[in-house]
Design a protein around this ligand. Structure first.
Ligand SMILES: [Mg+2]
Ligand SMILES: [Zn+2]
Length: 277
C-alpha cells in the first residue's frame, strides 16, 4: 500500500483539460466583460463580478452547471485518480478555481468521494440565485505576504499546513501535480523525498526549468492525461517498492543482531519493524 503518499492536484489544466473559469465565461458569453475587468482588478474578484453581471442578464446557475458538466475531464485522468486512491494514497486538491466549479465537475464524473480535501476559493449560490466567488485569502484584511502569488491565494500556505499535519500522521512523500504559475511557489516548498509533476510546456514547467536547482523535489513532467496517468502510477509504484526495501533492510539488520545477542537482552529489545501490509 502507498498509504505514506499524499497526492496533491491542481485542478484547472491538471484534472480537467481546460481552465474552468475561462470555460464557463466563454460558454456564457462573458469573455469581453471579463477581459475588461481584469485590467482593473485581480482575477478572482473579476470572476465574482462577471458572475454578478451574467446573473443580472438572466443567466442561471443551471446554465453554469450545464457548462461545467461539459468541461473536458479525460478518461486517463479519471483512471489515474481511481488507481492512486485504490493504492492507498491520500488525494487532495489545491486550486485557484472555486468550490462550486470543482465540486460540480467532480460529482458529474463520479470523483467526489476520492479527495479528502479541496482547498480553493469559496463559491456558492446566494439566496437570489447568483453564484458568488470569494477569495480564499481575504487580502483586504491582510496580505499573505508572498510576492510570487496572486493576492487571493498562495498555495504554499496550504501546502505547509498539509505538510505539518502529514508529519504528525507519519505520512512521508508528496506528489504535487500542476501546470500554472501558482503551482511554482508550492513546488519550492517540497522536500528531497517528494516528487513534483509539472505539465510540460506550461508556466510551472517553464519556471522550474529556468532554475531546476531551486527545487529539492524530483521533477517528472507530463504532457497529456495519458502521460499523467503513466507517470503518477509509476511514481506511486516506486514509493511502494522503496518502502518495501526499507523494511527488508530492517529485517536483515535485525536477524544479524539476533545471532550475536544473548537471549535475555534480546528479549528486552523493542520491536524495530514496521512491515507494510
Ligand atoms: Mg492549473
Ligand atoms: Zn506563494
Amino acid at each position: 500500500m502507498a498509504d505514506n503518499v499524499i497526492v496533491v492536484f491542481d485542478f484547472d489544466k491538471t484534472i480537467i483539460d481546460c481552465d474552468s473559469d475561462n470555460w464557463v465565461i466563454d460558454d456564457l458569453g462573458g469573455t469581453q466583460l471579463f477581459d475588461q475587468m481584469l485590467q482593473t482588478m485581480p482575477w478572482n474578484s473579476a470572476m465574482d463580478r462577471v458572475m454578478g453581471a451574467l446573473h443580472s442578464q438572466g443567466r442561471t446557475v443551471d446554465e453554469i452547471t450545464a457548462s461545467l458538466r461539459r468541461a473536458p475531464l479525460p478518461a486517463h485522468t479519471v483512471a489515474a485518480v481511481k488507481a492512486a486512491y485504490a493504492l492507498g494514497c491520500e488525494l487532495r486538491i489545491v486550486s485557484d478555481a472555486n468550490r462550486f466549479f470543482i465540486e460540480t465537475i467532480l460529482e458529474h464524473h463520479g470523483l467526489g468521494s476520492y479527495f479528502s480535501e479541496i482547498n480553493t476559493n469559496p463559491g456558492y449560490v446566494d439566496e437570489e440565485g447568483r453564484l458568488r466567488i470569494l477569495p480564499y485569502h481575504d487580502f483586504k484584511t491582510s496580505s499573505h505576504g508572498c510576492g510570487l502569488c496572486p493576492p487571493n491565494m498562495c498555495k504554499s500556505t496550504i501546502i505547509e499546513r498539509i505538510q505539518a499535519s502529514a508529519s504528525l500522521e507519519g505520512r512521508k512523500r508528496f506528489i504535487y501535480l500542476g501546470d500554472g504559475k501558482g503551482d511554482y511557489c508550492p513546488a519550492l516548498r517540497l522536500s528531497e523525498e517528494d516528487y513534483v509533476m509539472p505539465r510540460k510546456n506550461h508556466p510551472a514547467w517553464e519556471l522550474i526549468l529556468a532554475n531546476p536547482r531551486a527545487l529539492r523535489a524530483e521533477i517528472h513532467g507530463w504532457g497529456d492525461a495519458e502521460e499523467l496517468e503513466e507517470v503518477l502510477l509509476r511514481l506511486i509504484g516506486d514509493s511502494i517498492s522503496a518502502r518495501g526495501s526499507d523494511a527488508n533492510r530492517l529485517i536483515s539488520a535485525d536477524c544479524k543482531f539476533q545471532t550475536t545477542m544473548p537471549l535475555s537482552s534480546h528479549e528486552a529489545l523493542p520491536k524495530p519493524l514496521r512491515v507494510p501490509n
